[in-house]
Design a protein around this ligand. Structure first.
Ligand SMILES: Cc1cc2nc3c(=O)[nH]c(=O)nc-3n(C[C@H](O)[C@H](O)[C@H](O)COP(=O)(O)OP(=O)(O)OC[C@H]3O[C@@H](n4cnc5c(N)ncnc54)[C@H](O)[C@@H]3O)c2cc1C
Length: 267
């Protein structure tokens, strides 16, 4: 019988590739599988990654990280892992075309941002131009003193709008589906921060003259950048399907010393 791997890394985005470099340099037998949709590949140019003055596009960063992993004999195989199975030795990870037997699994499958309503080609073009942005912590600096729209409501929208006020005075929070769903306290804080509130519903977003257009019942609003704050889908289903505890928002629950589905470890 083939000896199980020491570790199967599922998901070679920045997290999984960093882990793979460490694991390979520990002389462990590992394999890495990739479904081919890292969020990092969507970064037009990251400017907050130390070591890259002038920034680096996400795809180039991934390529360099992968090259570094490969220099330690890490091989990345393209495969979507569909299901994990517990065994005496650890796990079998079932892909579409093949399976891996492994003592441990490192899940670094990332998250998927919920997108606003807009045509996919407009979405991708807006992302490349920085008219649409998903990570205020990463690129809020780039909207300093710009006119910014935040799509969302409830705690996601509230927190993102307040966070972005750190960069610009001109923040509008737009509820995409109808009226805002905010507590009195959230409304008070938004008012104090001079964040403008606009109720939806919104029509699909458009792009014009290097601006993002959001059609609301108040009329069409123009922004230098729009941040969707519509939540994310956490890709934790492989672990929860074999009994790992999930939180309400889809994260994996774990304690400080042991992940509660023994044998695997959250990245
Ligand atoms: C538009 C945009 C701009 C951003 N800008 C910045 C920035 O400037 N600076 C910054 O630091 N961060 C930025 N981020 C955030 C950054 O992209 C993420 O924090 C980072 O990609 C997370 O890395 P990760 O390895 O956890 O997940 P990911 O990069 O999403 O990688 C997950 C990997 O798991 C794989 N996978 C998932 N499910 C399976 C499966 N079942 N089987 C096999 N493989 C699977 C995927 O194919 C992928 O390779 C940005 C994000 C976006 C969307």
């Amino acid at each position: 019988m083939i000896k199980p791997l020491d570790c199967l890394v599922i998901g070679p985005g920045p997290a999984g590739l960093t882990a793979a470099i460490y694991l390979a340099r520990f002389h462990l037998s590992i394999a890495v599988v990739d479904a081919g949709n890292s969020r990092a590949a969507q970064i037009p140019r990251t400017l907050n990654h130390a070591g890259y003055p002038g920034g680096i596009p996400g795809r180039d960063l991934l390529k360099l990280m992968r090259e570094q992993a490969e220099s330690f004999a890490v091989h990345v195989e393209m495969e979507l892992i569909e299901r994990l199975e517990r065994t005496q030795e650890g796990f079998i990870a079932h892909g579409e075309n093949r399976a891996w037997s492994t003592r441990t699994i490192l899940l670094s499958t990332g998250v998927v941002n919920n997108r606003p309503q807009m045509a996919p080609d407009v979405h991708d073009a807006a992302l490349q131009r920085g008219l649409l942005r998903y990570c205020p912590i990463c690129d809020g600096y780039e909207v300093t003193d710009k006119r910014v729209g935040v799509l969302g409501t409830r705690s996601h929208g509230f927190k993102e709008a307040i966070f972005l006020r750190m960069y610009t005075r001109d923040v509008t929070l737009i509820a995409t589906d109808g009226e805002h769903d905010l507590s009195d306290e959230e409304r008070r804080q938004l008012r104090a921060a001079e964040v403008m509130l606009v109720d939806g519903p919104c029509a699909p977003l458009r792009m014009e003259n290097e601006q993002m257009l959001v059609a609301t019942p108040l009329g069409e609003l123009r922004f230098d950048s729009v941040y969707p704050a519509l939540g994310s889908v956490i890709r934790s289903e492989l672990a929860t399907a074999i009994g790992a505890d999930g939180t309400d928002d889809g994260c994996l629950a774990y304690t400080s010393d042991a992940f509660n589905c023994s044998g695997s470890d959250p990245a």
